[in-house]
Write a protein that binds this ligand. Structure first.
Ligand code: ADP
Length: 687
């Protein structure tokens, strides 16, 4: 059974952009229901929580700075202590060596005084003395008052220098006086010489009144020779007098930094020198400063990242808030929707249903969500069909066009539904499933049914009207065969009454009577066929045959005005799939209008041309063309409106019904203005 009705409910095809994602949905007008309450945070906590890391960073900064200062102080103290220890060791070594020098010279002087030494032996011993301590340049024998002096030995490498001459005589004399008093060899205070700084060592030669052995030292050489190399590499060493005047300096690896310094008295026989040490080591500041600067930079970085994090969190909180509102809004939308909503994942499991859907199928949400096929609302005998549909949808081949089927309520009642499927995508655009809108079409189906019955009644009424209009012509049409039958029968009776009527005589007359009766019967049958209330049928119809079938009735219509009828059928036309009686009804309505439009024109012009030709896309086109008065613009606008008529006795339903019938056959009904009159075209698609 096929419904040729005008659907009241028309499903609009789904659009491709019907993706269900938050981004594509319209913004909410405001939360319809309250969002699920998150655990409330105290205002104080919310305010202070961002201060805590800041305070921690400041404390960390303070602690680091304190530790660095402490370590700095410690390092300075360590380095200072080390310097003092080293200086004392150098002082000891210098004192020891100079004392030994003094003792050695005193020994030679004593030997000389005892007369144990020849001149040659004295000079030889002094040479040994010079070679042992390379810092002494010359040794001379001098009388008191420095007036007489005799060089006994001299360092061969200092040719051109006069070390004894450079030494101030006052210095030598003061030293001689001191040596005399103590009876031991003594050093004089340091003096400046053109080649550097010098020091005299005076040893009294006992017995021989007013004679002294005087050695002149080169202080720089003394420093070079007596200060250990390793110490000199990391320190600047100076020798100064008690007034602070620096006389000799050893700075083989560069000048001291002035950070770690130490001054210690160098007590040697006869005089006191001051040993100054200045470490090449710089202050530990740069490391501390680098660490301090690095810590501050890191702290800033930390503050900055904290701030960035805070802003990010603020944004996320705001987004989360908006999302919650959005979710609440959408939930309210889903809850209040009268259309059933159902979401499925890619495995076909239901992930969401709204209350309308639960109400529709009479099942609670728990009975649906999380369940996969077969679903409890399926009709058992149609399970295969559903499964095919599910597979089709989930394979991604499903179109978004509506799909009609039937579901079963929990109570067993079946009801029609229309389903729209749309792909469900996540925020990245990846498909995560399908969202379906399900419409309970029970009401629509009922309305459609009522509409269909109404249409059917209207069509039947229209057919009866058509027949009513043709009643007089019909009477005339039937009159002819009936008259002919009557005359054949009367003739036959005459023959019989006269007697001797043989079968050969009666046969032809009775056969003709029978023919006429059949013709009348055919007319009656066609009329009966036409007006009979019946279910529409859907068969493949040949256009030529269709026109031939209704030709008799068209001729009946044309008889009143005497219009000439021409029927033309192009061979090899595609069949029209539909109901013959309904299509005849359309043709008869069009021919009736055409004949009526030609009622007023010159009788010679009354030609009704019916044609079936090849139409668009290989379909078939049936045209009814008249040469009547034509259709004015005002009429054309409302031509297909129900109840529009220009005729006194017209109903105005003809063309409206015709269009409904043609469209129910998938075709189109249109009209065309011609030079003379109008043409109506029915275009049917190929089967
Ligand atoms: P009715 O025939 O009962 O008036 P229809 O719906 O069949 O109802 O036609 C509506 C109107 O369209 C007619 O009253 C007439 O004015 C106009 N009409 C229809 N067919 C033709 C035609 N072939 N020529 C001129 N006018 C026509």
């Amino acid at each position: 059974m096929v419904d040729f009705h005008i659907p009241v409910y028309r499903a609009s095809p789904g659009r491709d952009d019907s993706r269900v994602s938050l981004a594509t949905l319209p913004p909410p007008a405001g939360p319809a229901t309250a969002a699920p309450p998150a655990r409330p945070e105290s205002r104080v906590w919310r305010r202070v929580r961002w201060w805590i890391p800041g305070v921690i960073v400041v404390l960390l900064l303070g602690a680091t700075s304190f530790l660095l200062t402490l370590s700095d102080l410690h390092e300075r103290a360590e380095a200072g202590n080390q310097l003092v220890a080293d200086s004392l060791w150098v002082r000891q070594s210098l004192t020891f060596q100079l004392e030994r020098e003094a003792e050695a010279l005193q020994l030679i002087a004593s030997d000389l005084a005892a007369g144990n030494l020849t001149r040659g032996a004295l000079e030889a011993q002094l040479q040994v003395f010079l070679r042992r301590g390379r810092e002494s340049l010359v040794v001379a024998l001098m009388g008191q008052g420095t007036q007489s002096s005799e060089i006994l030995a001299r360092d061969a490498s200092i040719s051109g220098m006069d070390p004894l001459g450079a030494a101030p005589s006052a210095t030598i004399e003061a030293a001689m006086a001191k040596a005399l008093r103590s009876g031991e060899a003594v050093f004089g205070p340091p003096f400046a010489a053109p080649w550097g700084a010098g020091l005299v060592l005076v040893a009294p030669v006992k017995g021989e009144a007013q004679a002294f052995l005087v050695a002149v030292y080169w202080l720089e050489r003394a420093l070079d020779g007596m200060v250990p190399w390793s110490f000199a590499q990391s320190h600047e060493v100076t020798l100064s007098d008690v007034t602070g005047t620096v006389h000799a300096r050893r700075a083989s690896a560069g000048r001291g930094r002035g950070v770690y310094t130490h001054q210690t008295p160098l007590e040697i026989p006869g005089t006191t020198l001051v040993l100054g040490t200045d470490s090449l080591r710089g202050p530990p500041d740069w490391i501390t400063n680098v660490i301090r600067g690095g810590t501050v930079a890191l702290a800033f970085l930390l503050f900055w990242s904290l701030w960035a994090l805070w802003r990010d969190v603020q944004r996320r909180v705001a987004a989360e808030h908006r999302l919650r509102e959005e979710v609440a809004f959408r939930r309210a939308m889903g809850d209040s929707a009268v259309i059933g909503l159902r979401a499925r994942d890619l495995d076909g499991r239901v992930t969401f249903v709204n209350p309308a859907f639960c109400h529709m199928v009479g099942l609670p949400e728990e009975a649906l969500v999380g369940h996969g096929p077969p679903m409890p609302y399926w009709i058992p005998e149609r399970a295969d069909e559903y499964q095919r549909r599910v597979d089709h949808v989930l394979s991604g081949q499903a179109s978004t066009a509506p799909f009609e089927t039937e579901f079963r309520r929990a109570g067993g009642e079946r009801f029609p539904v229309v389903i729209y499927d749309a792909p469900l995508r996540d925020a990245d655009g990846r498909q995560t499933g399908w969202m379906s809108s399900i419409l309970d079409a029970t009401e629509e189906k009922n309305a459609e049914e009522r509409e269909r019955l109404q249409q059917e009644r209207l069509q039947t009424a229209a057919r009866l009207t058509t027949m009513g209009e043709m009643a007089s012509s019909l009477a005339h049409e039937l009159n002819q065969p009936l008259g002919a039958i009557a005359s054949y029968l009367a003739g036959s009776i005459n023959l019989i009454e006269r007697g001797g009527a043989s079968a050969e005589d009666l046969g032809p007359a009775l056969a003709k009577a029978s023919q006429q009766a059949q013709r009348a019967g055919q007319v009656i049958r066609r009329v009966h066929e036409f007006v009979r209330k019946r279910e529409p049928q859907r068969v493949a119809l040949d256009a030529g045959r269709l026109l031939e079938e209704c030709r008799a009735l068209v001729e009946l219509q044309a008889r009143r005005t005497g219009a000439h009828i021409s029927v033309e059928v192009e061979p090899g036309l595609a069949p029209i799939v539909g109901d013959a009686v309904m299509l005849e009804q359309v043709i008869l309505n069009l021919t009736r209008n055409a004949i009526e439009a030609m009622a007023e024109v010159d009788p010679g012009r009354r030609v009704l041309a019916i044609a079936a030709r090849r139409g668009e896309a290989g379909g078939t086109r049936i045209s009814v063309r008249d040469r009547g008065t034509g259709i004015p613009d005002a009429v054309a606008e409302q031509l297909f409106s129900p109840f529009f008529t220009t005729k006194a006795e017209g109903m105005g339903m003809g063309l409206s019904i015709c269009r409904s019938i043609v469209e129910a056959h998938g075709g189109k009904l249109a009209f065309e203005r011609c030079d003379l009159g109008t043409a109506f075209h029915m275009q049917f698609p190929p089967p």
